[in-house]
Design a protein. Sequence first.
Length: 575
Amino acid sequence: MNLEHSKALSVGPRVQVGETLVSKGLITNKQLDEALEHQASRGHKKLLGEVLVELSFLTEEQVMEALAEGYGVPFVTQTAKIADPKIVELLPRDFLERHKVLPLFRVRGVLTIAVAEPANLFLVEEIERMTGDKVQIVAATSAEIVSSLHAYLPAANVFVVDDIYEDIDDADFSVIEKQVADLADLEEVAGRSPVIKLVNYLIYSAVQEGASDIHIEPGNHRLRVRYRVDGRLFEKLSPPYQMHAAITSRIKIMSNLDISERRLPQDGDIHAMMEGRPVDLRVSTIPGKFGEKVVIRIIDHRSSIVSLDKLGFSPVMLEGWKQVIQQPNGVVLVTGPTGSGKSTTLYSALSLLNSDELNISTVEDPIEATLSCINQTQLNEKAGFTFPVALRSLLRQDPDILMIGEIRDADTASIVIQSALTGHLALSTLHTMDAPSAVTRLVNIGIEPYLVAATLRGVLSQRLVRKICPHCKTSYEPDPAIREAVELYCGPVECLYQGEGCSRCRGTGFAGRIGIFELMIPDEGLLAAIARGATLQDIRAILAKNGFVTLRTDGMEKVGGGLTTAGEVFYVTSL
């Protein structure tokens, strides 16, 4: 708790948060004791209410509502709908964001303000001094206030996509019935409400449906929009073909691209706000026969950080992976093709390793999620700030653990190896098809085999398979060949499962994805073979003798457990 906050509490009517919540039946005495112990173990750096939310005992709304009642002030929700836009601008933006304050309205010289700290009397006095008004407060959650601030005061380069989405009308999709050739007209049309609404709708619904990409594809007098959900594309809608140029221009304007350039590919970024949280979008355009195709990659920070035990590891492999990433030094690699979940696994690993005693630094392109108390660096290759340049600089920043987004070349690989030799733990990704191939990949890009053997601590290879939809999951008797293939890897199974298809999974029979993994932890024999320059076949033979669990084996065990289907595992793995 900061000094100002503690002073403010001593001035106002003190409320015992824990006792209030227990008396209202929202938590038990046991949960309160656990929260207090958790708070004390972290040096009282967080308020009790924040700890209760962190432990999932309560929601932020429940804590704030109880606090408001204790302090005798109203508790409000949906502040964005009751705030007067002119009143919101009474106070400087940085002040509002710093103190989590939202001016709502003024009636007869009394200014009503939503605050996240109803006990902070000093804050109230400061607002009265700044505005000259008498202030009365209501309580709201921090998230509610931040969301409303972004809706009313969006940053210059941040687009709020859900404020217009609520007013969408399907009839708006067909308003523009003619193609616009003139650039001035095109820019004007791209700024019209129907086009803005459609683009906002595409982004909003894609995030809501958990899509990773939006494809906007012009054809011969046809325009289709597809989403990639759980790794597969499906058609979302087909707007009027005449809207293509305006839609493309709107997306280019949002990502600060040149709307006049249609002959060359362009890449850009959009920083959007959706329901008060940031969603970053990477935009890529490329000219085609029927016009420019646009692909938008969605980087939803909410889904980028997942606990390691929820990624799909078997208990044995999870324990092995934890041991690998907790080594004091060396190189740890995660391999797999694009879209196989490598970044999510690394973020989860860093979250586990995060500690006040360690300096953890990352070099990423792009930063896909913000990690608390970890130093993250974004590359800028146009400015010459490449992986090798960033890594050399970071090594002078006294790091304990380094995470490098990807080993792309010999320069980066060499610096990663050297950092491991000098006592650092370096985590990174490689594009290889399996774990053993990581060794030969490093050698092929110029790393001496003996250096690979001296530094390599472990290689995790992974894929993502779709999970059977729990709402339409049913057992079935597969083709004998399928059953035989499954039982070859995981032993006898009573029955197999599949999804019949329902409205919740759009008839696919699948909902969500889970990882399948193989983990190579080299022992002394394997390291000696690597140092001698062992071939990929040699490495695989040694691993097979040691009972190495391959991607397909791990996948088939999940098939036997009713999590996915054999077809999914065959689709993403190779023998």
